[in-house]
Design a protein around this ligand. Structure first.
Ligand code: TPP
Ligand code: SF4
Ligand code: MG
Length: 283
């Protein structure tokens, strides 16, 4: 996909999201790819919270707010309903946060992938339960403070590897993305929309409010995540993983960590240990 191919029309605008919210950006980009023939299932999270101010809902396509745990099962059922009515041209999209995906919604996600109905499940990952006050989730990274893992007892477990978890279901298509690389993300949404079965995209969406950085640095923070190797842009297709983007320059993870208040308590030794892990995991 090229810049000139991006749809000019906005299908999601004027939400109540915080300034610099990358999750809101991810919704906008998604609908630009899928267009008017798409419907959205959003559970309890920041996106539903900032989108449900009747009559000012920023969605210009149909959306429904779903119970926290039920995004994937709702997508699967809606998709089956459309199929029955001969409306397989309509894309059914789940838009769930990291808590809604890796924790409370993981059972529904597993079952829905197993059912095989066509839908796109998008996990926007801001690495904590932001909407309810920045509590840790199964996708909070090692070293981060949240309100339930305050310093000095910061998060001491690594993120769950959701891409490998969904890949283990033999899903037809899955990918990781980052809101700072919109063309890479939009290409993946387009690809997912062409698959006749369940698909999963996991997009890292930096959150100025929860991560502790100025709102005008959202894009730069996402780039730092990828350039430092903290986050990788990959795809899973036909049983194989592949890298879709290799950063042109590589940065030390210390730059990424120092840019965010949630990591400021880390000692030089802890930063060095994180760097060592990243180096060991490089392709
Ligand atoms: C069954 C249930 N438990 C708890 C809640 C409260 N709740 C609403 S949103 C939310 C956090 C969502 O976190 P995440 O999925 O990461 O989305 P984010 O808020 O970060 O966008 C919680 C705990 C709920 N709505 N339903
Ligand atoms: S808390 Fe974070 S994810 Fe939620 S609306 Fe604000 S910036 Fe977006
Ligand atoms: Mg979250």
């Amino acid at each position: 996909m090229k810049l000139k191919d991006i749809e000019k029309e906005e299908f999601y605008r004027a939400s109540y999201g915080c300034a610099g919210c990358a999750a809101v950006l991810a919704v906008r980009l998604t609908i630009k790819v899928l267009g008017k023939n798409s419907v959205y299932v959003v559970p309890a999270n920041c996106i539903s919270t900032v989108s449900c101010y009747y009559p000012q809902a920023p969605f210009f396509v149909p959306f429904t707010v779903m119970a926290f745990a039920a995004t994937a099962s709702a997508c699967s059922g809606i998709s089956a309903g459309f199929k029955r009515r001969g409306r397989e041209d309509i894309h059914v999209v789940g838009f769930s946060g990291d808590g809604g995906t890796a924790d409370i919604g993981i059972q529904a996600l597993s079952g829905a992938i197993d059912c095989g109905n066509k839908f796109i499940y998008i996990c926007y990952d801001n690495e904590a339960y932001m909407n309810t006050g920045i509590q840790r989730s199964g996708l909070t990274p090692y070293g981060a403070t949240t309100t339930t893992t305050p310093s000095p007892c910061f998060e001491n477990r690594p993120k769950k590897d959701m891409l490998r978890i969904v890949a283990a279901h033999d899903i037809p298509y899955a990918a990781t993305a980052c809101s700072s690389y919109p063309l890479d993300y939009m290409e993946k949404v387009k690809k997912a929309s062409q698959v006749n079965g369940p698909t999963y995209i996991h997009i890292l969406t930096p959150c100025p409010t929860g991560w502790g950085f100025p709102p005008d640095e959202t894009i730069e923070i996402g780039r730092m995540a990828v350039e430092s190797g903290v986050w990788k842009l990959t795809e899973f297709e036909n049983g194989e993983f592949r890298t879709t983007y290799t950063p042109k320059r590589s940065r030390p993870v210390s730059e990424y960590l120092a840019a965010q208040a949630r990591f400021r308590h880390l000692s030089p030794e802890q930063v060095a240990a994180i760097q060592k892990e990243i180096d060991a995991a490089r392709d």
